[in-house]
Write a protein that binds this ligand. Structure first.
Ligand SMILES: O=C(O)[C@@H](CO)OP(=O)(O)O
Length: 255
């Protein structure tokens, strides 16, 4: 089995959004970056520039926080000209009727253990969103090409894996094999879906993985697109701090 690195792909979770800041379940709700999120995305671009990265193709979800994040990176790297593929398949995990609720208040009401199950279990779905909910994707013209039966009303990570992986294989892997340098600007849980697949993580292992906002994550892949190694482009200390911040969002009391 080859373990030589042949390709690199860079993932980045969008910078902090307005709803990350307010600690609200977000999912497919289309909320912009916060001031801190804009700064994190700019910093991600500066780090990539400083380390000599450049890209031929950008891939984002159809949610503005991922697109804004790439735009900051494009600004820093001066790569506004490269093609961007935007796909709903990279959207955040759909959080069902939890979307719009504060995570700490939900933990105070239902318990931290239940919130951890909703946030991080592999195959337990959050409560379903009704089709009357203002955020129901069937009301949004950007999803009109998707058959209603494929539109989520609330996903567990397993559901997200099932919609992300065909896109990973058919579009992202294809571009990587063609020799394109690809950056993927997406979301905490759509990236957890890809990472679980790449690193063959168990359903238990993935529960403990949190992806911080606005930090480039490099995967080196062999000729068969199997991972050789991966690393974040910030110090271990900063990384642990940022990962812990994500974990803490499910606590009834912050701090
Ligand atoms: O609210 C969400 O959509 C996600 C990402 O921000 O949160 P969590 O980390 O709780 O899965």
């Amino acid at each position: 089995m080859s373990s030589e690195s042949k390709y690199k792909v860079v993932f980045v979770r969008h910078g902090q959004s307005e709803w990350n800041l307010k600690n609200i379940f977000t999912g497919w709700h289309d909320i912009p970056l916060s001031e801190q999120g804009h700064q994190e995305a700019t910093l991600a671009g500066q780090i990539l520039k400083q380390k000599g990265y450049s890209f031929d193709l950008a891939i984002t979800s159809v949610l503005q926080r991922s697109i804004q994040t790439f735009n900051h990176i494009a600004e820093e790297l001066q790569i506004h000209h490269i093609p961007i593929i935007k796909s709903w398949r990279l959207n955040e995990r759909h959080y069902g009727s939890l979307q719009g609720l504060n995570k700490s208040e939900t933990a105070a009401l239902h318990g931290e253990a239940q919130v951890k199950i909703w946030r991080r279990s592999y195959d337990v779905r959050p409560p379903e969103m009704s089709i009357d909910h203002p955020d129901y994707p069937g009301k949004d013209s950007r999803y009109k090409h998707i058959p209603p039966s494929s539109l989520p009303k609330g996903e567990c990570l397993k559901d997200t894996v099932e919609r992300v992986l065909p896109f990973w294989t058919d579009t992202i892997c294809k571009a990587i094999i063609e020799g394109q340098k690809v950056i993927v600007s997406a979301h905490g849980n759509s990236l957890r879906a890809i990472v679980k697949y790449l690193d063959k993580m168990t359903d238990e292992q993935i529960m403990e993985l949190d992806i911080p906002t606005g930090v480039p994550l490099v995967y080196e892949l062999d000729e068969n697109l199997l991972p050789v190694k991966h690393y974040y482009l910030i110090s271990q200390e900063e990384l642990e701090k940022k990962m812990q911040e994500v974990k803490n969002q499910g606590k009834a009391q912050q701090n």
